[in-house]
Design a protein around this ligand. Sequence first.
Ligand code: PMP
Length: 407
Amino acid sequence: LSNRGTDSALRERARQVIPGGLWGHLNAARLPQGYPQFFARGEGCRLWDVDGREFVDFMCSWGPIVLGHRHPVVEEAAARQAALGDCLNGPGPVLVELAELLVQMIPHAAWCQLAKNGTDATTGCVTIARAGTGRRKVLVARGAYHGAVPWCSPSVAGVTAEDRAHLIPYGFNDPASLDTALHQAGDDLAAVIVSAFRHDYGTTLEMPDPAFAQALRDACDATGAALILDDVRAGFRLDLGGSWEPLGVRPDLAAYSKAIGNGHALAAITGVERFRHPATQVFSTGSFWCTAVPMAAALATLRELRRIDGPAKMKAMGERLRAGFDRLAARQGLAILQSGPPAMPLLQFAGDAEARLGEAFCAEALRHGAYFHPRHNMFLCCAHEAADIDAALAAAEAGFAAVAKMA
Ligand code: PMP
């Protein structure tokens, strides 16, 4: 097991039949040396790679795992539905139950539509906004991630200028840039899309300034454009009513996915009354968008998150992790930067723009059993208990020691 034979053998086979070994954000080539590509199983907040190494998991599948891997309540609900049928000629009754729960939980929501991926939901919001307003321009924050199709993909390979012809950039938390963008859109503004907080890859996380959030709301009210909250990453982790509820700023349309079904494939769009009719005009569908098992999983996930107050638990454990990082870094005399909400934290080292120290920290912590990330926000889940955080901090201590040797 120590030579990581299975993972490297699988990578070699994958390289032959899968371009680049793996598509997308889960490709381990983007991670520090030593990170596994293939996983054998997960349980609670723990993961095992195919070579038998165990980790306390702080990526949670990059968001979807919110209650813990293989959560018994969710898996039982999914299994019960699977025994009846999943992919039928229409949805099961569970669709209506889930839609009712979402509309009840999310204050702005008068209705919802379901899909599979976050990209389906963000793209659907933009399309519904354009259908409802009859306008074209969409304000998008520079550097923000909204999905992996031509209008928003971070790579421009295979993308035409026409795919993005009606996007206008603005800066997150930058009111002057908003004014410029609004001016540029003139009377053709369909929507402003914004993430729950600024979580661009490789940059320090930034919470929304409440005055800026309100300025976006005011701009949409003044122009009739839709305020779209991309809550795909943060949704159901920070606040069960939507991540901007604590700010008192409500969107017209919101996109969710990731955590909604604790790992089961589902996405949702919620909207205000004004966009109900436009939502019926857009042709929204997919072969698997009505499957019942992920809906049953989502219903169980959301009820459980509400029952245990999941966001409060993840916040408390995230604060414990953050306090531990501070204490351990100080002991080594290391200057660190911690950003983001405690349940979705990022740890960076001062003056480490390329994350060279961050990578060394993560690689060493991994060897000691904690799976962290040096550039992307991490994710707590409700299965993290104090003892798991403390075990991860013991691994982090080794990581900080390794960094101290480099400095
Ligand atoms: N928006 C945000 C903020 C995201 O974090 C993501 C996924 N990382 C998406 C949209 C796209 O979601 P998906 O990968 O499920 O299509």
